[in-house]
Design a protein around this ligand. Sequence first.
Ligand code: SF4
Length: 245
Amino acid sequence: MSDNELVNQQFPVKVEQPGGSGNIFARVFDELTAFCRSRSLFILHYCTGCGAIELPPAMTSRFDMERLGISPMVSPRQADILLITGYVSVKTLKRVILTYEQMGSPKYVIGICSCTVNGGMYWQSYATAKKLNDYMPVDLYIAGCMPRPEAVITGLRQLMENIRRGEANGWQDYYQRYDHYLGHQQRLFGETWQTPTDVIAEAKHYGLFSNETLGEHTKLLQQHQKPLEALEMRLGLDSKDKVEP
Ligand code: SF4
């Protein structure tokens, strides 16, 4: 039995949606949990493009997003919301996907700027990804070139409301339709594309494994997937060489 299967068996995780349970007490508890979750959010802003310039005013005293219960966070491991702030180059998109996969669930993605919606003014560029939601689930877009801080705050409030109502479920879609997202990633990055995250094991862990989690693209992934290499191998050192601290 693999480590992941052992963990899944010992610590199964089930995330209830508000109103998802027939038991009245459980339903009230789920709704309270969803309310609290929507009022305490940490954002990780990945400043991919020029739209990032509107975030400092949204965060600081003029618009003050902290009054909504939203604070910046430096690590994906502790962040709830990933903000993508503008056009995403192919090279950057790889890092964006790696960052997204490192975040704990439930997790949410906001695409800021028209460039994340359809490529914007870079729609003809060979170097940018055009539709962010082809590669990862996007819970909310805030369109504009560039959207003002008022629009950013309105978008955040809308996401909070969606979380409270149990309607921000893009993270579940990533597990349930992983093959779809992976197919788009492979088309852009090549068939050897892989990340260190075992998304399929996580889908089982959250009880979100579906018919569309696996497919032709995950088969390709399994053919090319390599185990994580030891530090010495990544540095190209012989096993005889010592790594000095
Ligand atoms: S939508 Fe406009 S402001 Fe935003 S990243 Fe694209 S070009 Fe920059």
